[in-house]
Design a protein. Structure first.
Lengths: 249, 267
C-alpha cells in the first residue's frame, strides 16, 4: 500500500547567520516564513501544524509563493529532515527529484555520468544496466555522449539530466517545479516522458508557482502561506482561492 | 508521534547506508582520483613519485643530522610518511566532508557514512599507490618483506575504520563551526613534528617519551610502519590502539546522534 499521512507536523530551523538585527516584519517579507526568536537563536518556522493524507493516484500540488514552506514540505517527504512535532508516515519507495543533476560531474563524459546519479537515487544493478541502454537512445546526444559534459550546450546538459531523472520508476515522486527542458525539439518528447512517468507513479507531489501546471496535472492542492496550509482540497477550489489572494495582494 | 518511513528494498534508507550505498562512495572516490590526475602523464603514479623523491631527499639529509644509518632511516621514514599521509588526509578531508558536499546533501539523502566512505576510500587508493614505494625502499636498502609484513593488511583495515569514524565525528561539527577545519589543520601540522616520523622513538627520552608512548598518532602510524619495516609493535600497543579507536568511534556515534536532526540546517 502506497500512502502518505501527515498529521499536525511542524518544523523549524535556526538561522545561523546574524540576521537578528533586522526587524521581524522585514524578514517576514523577505523570507515569507514566520520567524520567531527562540532564546538567542533566530528560528524560521518553516512548517506550522500541517496535515494531509495522500493515496495512490493522487497528484498533489503544493502552491504558494517563495518561502511559504513548499520545498521544506518536499524535504520532509524525502526524509532529509524530520518534523519537530506531529507524525509523518510514508509508505512506498520515494524518488526525490527536489534538486536535479545531483551526481553529475561536468569533467566526466556523459556516458560516465549515468551510473552515479542513479545510484544516489537508489538504483539497483539491473536498473543501472537498463539505463545504460535506454538513456542514451532517449536523450539522443550521439557522439557527444563520449565527450566531457562541460563541452555540452545548456540544452544538452538539460537533456542528460532529464534523461537520468526520469528513468527510475518509484511509488512516490517528489518534484520541485516541473522538469523543464532546454531545446525546442526535445520538449514534446520530454512532456510525453513526464506524462508516462506520472502515469506509472502511485503518488506525485509537486511544488510550484504555476496554476497552469496545477490544473493540468493535479487532483489535490494545498495552498501554503507562512508554513501553514491555508487551503486543502480540489483544483477548482484552489484556483479560485489563489486568484482571490492575488487580487488582495 | 514521530517520523516513520515504511519502505522495502531501498538502498538509500536502509539501516547501514555505508554498506547498502557502497557504490556511491566507490564511484565518487574513483572519480575524485581520476579527476585529480586527469591529463597528466604519470596519472595517480604522481603520488608514488612524489613520496619517492621525498624519502630519498629527506633520508639523505636527516640520516646525517640524526647520525643514523641511511638505509635503516630511509625505511623508517618511508613507513612513517605513508601512514601519516593517509592519517592526515583522512582527518582533514574527513572534517570538511559535509562542507564540501553540502550541495549534494540538500536534495537527496546522503548519509554521513557515505560521505566519510568517499573520503576514506579515495585516500585508501592513494595509500595503495604509496605502499609500493615503501616496499621498494625496503628492498633498495637491503631489507625484505617477511610474514610479519602481512600485518599491514589488518593495519590498513583498522585505518579504514578509523578514517570513517573520525570523519563522522568531525564533519557535522565542522559544518556548524566553520573555523574547526582550520584548527584541525593546525593541530595536524603540529602533530606531524611531535610524532616520531622524522625522528626516532628512542630519541625522545625522559618526560619527552610522552610524545611516543602517549601519542595516539604514533599508534596509528605504527599500524603500517611497524609491520612494513619488520619491527615489533611498541609496548602497550594493543591498549593504546583500543583506546584511540574506542574513543574515536564513541565520539563518532555521539556526534552523529546529537547532530543528525540539526545537520540539514547547517548546510
Amino acid at each position: 500500500m502506497v500512502r502518505i499521512v501527515a498529521q499536525n507536523i511542524s518544523y523549524s530551523y535556526p538561522v545561523l547567520e546574524h540576521i537578528r538585527s533586522l526587524k521581524n516584519q522585514m524578514m517576514r517579507t523577505l523570507i515569507g516564513g514566520s520567524i520567531r526568536k527562540d532564546g538567542r537563536k533566530t528560528m524560521v518556522q518553516a512548517l506550522d501544524d500541517v496535515s494531509f493524507s495522500l493515496e495512490p493516484g493522487d497528484r498533489f500540488g503544493l502552491l504558494g509563493r517563495n518561502g511559504s514552506g513548499k520545498t521544506t514540505m518536499l524535504r520532509l517527504l524525502a526524509g532529509l529532515v524530520s518534523p519537530d512535532t506531529g507524525s509523518l508516515e510514508i509508505e512506498g519507495r520515494v524518488l526525490s527529484l527536489i534538486t536535479r543533476g545531483t551526481g553529475i560531474n561536468e569533467e566526466m563524459t556523459g556516458a560516465a555520468n549515468l551510473e552515479l546519479p542513479l545510484r544516489i537515487l537508489g538504483a539497483s544493478d539491473a536498473e543501472v544496466a537498463e539505463a545504460r541502454r535506454r538513456i542514451p537512445e532517449f536523450i539522443e546526444l550521439g557522439p557527444f555522449l563520449d565527450l566531457p559534459v562541460r563541452t555540452y550546450s545548456e540544452g544538452m546538459k538539460a537533456r542528460l539530466s532529464f534523461g537520468i531523472s526520469t528513468f527510475l520508476r518509484r511509488d512516490i515522486i517528489l518534484l520541485d517545479e516541473w522538469i523543464a527542458t532546454g531545446d525546442q525539439d526535445f520538449v514534446a518528447k520530454a512532456n510525453a516522458r513526464m506524462a508516462e512517468m506520472v502515469a506509472d507513479t502511485g503518488i506525485l507531489v509537486v511544488a510550484t508557482h504555476s496554476t497552469e501546471l496545477i490544473s493540468t496535472v493535479c487532483n489535490k492542492v494545498a495552498i501554503m502561506d507562512g508554513g501553514r496550509i491555508r487551503y486543502l482540497g480540489d483544483v477548482e477550489g484552489a484556483l479560485a482561492a489563489y486568484a482571490q489572494d492575488a487580487q488582495l495582494d | 508521534m514521530g517520523f516513520q518511513i515504511i519502505v522495502s528494498d531501498n538502498p538509500t534508507t536502509g539501516p547501514f547506508p555505508f554498506l547498502s550505498m557502497w557504490r556511491v562512495w566507490f564511484i565518487q572516490g574513483n572519480q575524485d582520483i581520476q579527476l585529480r590526475y586527469k591529463r597528466s602523464v604519470l596519472g595517480p603514479f604522481w603520488i608514488s613519485a612524489s613520496l619517492g623523491s621525498l624519502v630519498i631527499g629527506l633520508a639523505f639529509l636527516y640520516s646525517e643530522i640524526f647520525q643514523q644509518d641511511v638505509r635503516e632511516y630511509a625505511i623508517f621514514l618511508a613507513g612513517g610518511l605513508i601512514a601519516w599521509n593517509y592519517i592526515t588526509a583522512a582527518i582533514s578531508e574527513g572534517a570538511t566532508a559535509v562542507i564540501d558536499y553540502s550541495i549534494e546533501m540538500r536534495g537527496v539523502r546522503m548519509p554521513l557514512s557515505v560521505l566519510a566512505g568517499r573520503v576514506v576510500y579515495r585516500n585508501m587508493v592513494i595509500l595503495m599507490h604509496n605502499l609500493p614505494v615503501g616496499i621498494a625502499t625496503l628492498y633498495l636498502c637491503g631489507s625484505e618483506l617477511t610474514t610479519r609484513s602481512l600485518l599491514i593488511i589488518p593495519g590498513i583495515l583498522t585505518l579504514w575504520i578509523f578514517g570513517v569514524a573520525v570523519s563522522i565525528m568531525l564533519a557535522p561539527i565542522s559544518a556548524r563551526y566553520r573555523d574547526l577545519p582550520e584548527i584541525i589543520r593546525s593541530v595536524l601540522q603540529l602533530m606531524f613534528f611531535l610524532t616520531p616520523i622524522f625522528w626516532l622513538p628512542d630519541q625522545a627520552t625522559g618526560r619527552r617519551a610522552i610524545f611516543v608512548d602517549g601519542n595516539p598518532f604514533n599508534t596509528l602510524v605504527d599500524l603500517i610502519r611497524a609491520p612494513l619495516i619488520g619491527k615489533d609493535y611498541p609496548e602497550h600497543f594493543a591498549i593504546s590502539l583500543s583506546l584511540t579507536l574506542g574513543i574515536t568511534i564513541a565520539l563518532a556515534v555521539l556526534s552523529w546522534l546529537t547532530t543528525r536532526d540539526k545537520l540539514y540546517s547547517w548546510l
